[in-house]
Design a protein around this ligand. Structure first.
Ligand code: NAI
Length: 263
């Protein structure tokens, strides 16, 4: 018996085998859940999610999480596939055109800034707004979005993604309240250590940053596999009254001050 036995859910953000979402999807399935995957048509074309989905028998649906009507169609199709409302939903979506173009925080292109916020944070609001409209989630369900500590503290290399993560965490609280009241559904963000993924590699000086965080964290950086383990507990019935929280899954980094291992 796995801890997600009988549960059904939708997981966004699997681009390839390195994606944090892929680790979550694999472990959710191993723990007994039925998993549906979704990503954009471009990501499905360019990444390896189609092969992964096929090899593991997970249905894969194309949708752009910035497009409300695509989310609606995605939910309706998911309902058909799983035969009713979903018990869990993972938002693992992030992208900054400004970071990709190496624009610093003081030289943002504002059209791209809007895209960063829309893709990385407002998409979460859209997914939850449509979830309410479509009764997508089951009572006592669990929603998790992946965040980063730049929401609370300044990390200059993280650029406008920091603003997106602050908004993402705020949306989690806003919807945690709404969905808690109406459905006993909980909504949390997991603030993960820097991790080698495609999105992670898009951040400037990522290797330096990962080494620094690793040295500063008493447990070291949390690996992707352990991020998945933690997210699975949040999807399980062992965390039914935990909501509206941003939980650091970072080996202790967020609570550590100056140490001999700083440099
Ligand atoms: P990833 O590159 O594997 O995943 C990002 C995903 O976002 C991709 O699958 C991409 O196709 C998807 N995406 C982009 N635009 C989209 C759209 N319009 N609609 C639907 N999906 C879209 O990288 P990773 O690292 O697994 O990222 C997942 C989440 O984890 C992101 O929110 C990221 O910010 C967060 N995170 C990552 C950390 C890291 O160091 N890698 C640390 C803390 C949080």
């Amino acid at each position: 018996m796995g801890i997600l036995s009988g549960k059904k859910g939708l997981i966004t953000g699997v681009l390839n085998e390195h994606s944090l979402a892929w680790h979550v999807a694999k472990l959710a399935q191993a723990e007994g859940a039925t998993v549906v995957l979704t990503n954009t048509p471009a990501a499905i074309r360019l990444g390896t999610v189609a092969e992964l989905a096929q090899a593991h028998g997970m249905p894969l649906l194309a949708a752009d999480a910035t497009q409300v009507e695509e989310i609606r169609a995605l939910y309706r199709e998911t309902h058909k596939l799983i035969g009713g409302p979903a018990d869990f939903l993972l938002h693992a979506i992030g992208m900054s055109p400004n970071l990709r173009k190496k624009r610093t925080y003081g030289a943002l292109n504002y059209a791209d800034y809007q895209k960063t916020l829309d893709i990385s944070a407002v998409s979460f609001h859209k997914m939850l707004q449509v979830a309410e409209e479509e009764s997508f989630l089951a009572a006592y369900g669990s929603v998790v979005a992946l965040s980063y500590i730049a929401a609370q503290r300044t990390f200059p290399f993280y650029g406008d993604m920091a603003d997106a993560k602050a908004l993402l965490e705020s949306i989690a609280r806003g919807y945690g309240y709404r969905l808690g009241k109406s459905l006993k559904v909980r909504v949390n963000t997991v603030s993960q250590s820097p991790t080698q993924t495609t999105a992670g590699a898009g951040i400037g000086d990522v290797t330096d940053m990962m080494g620094y965080a690793d040295r500063l964290s008493p447990l070291g950086n949390a690996p992707a596999e352990d991020c998945a383990r933690f997210v699975i507990t949040l999807f399980s019935d062992y965390t039914r009254f935990l909501t509206m929280q941003n939980i650091y899954h970072d080996g202790g980094y967020s609570s550590t001050g100056m140490t001999p291992d700083h440099s």
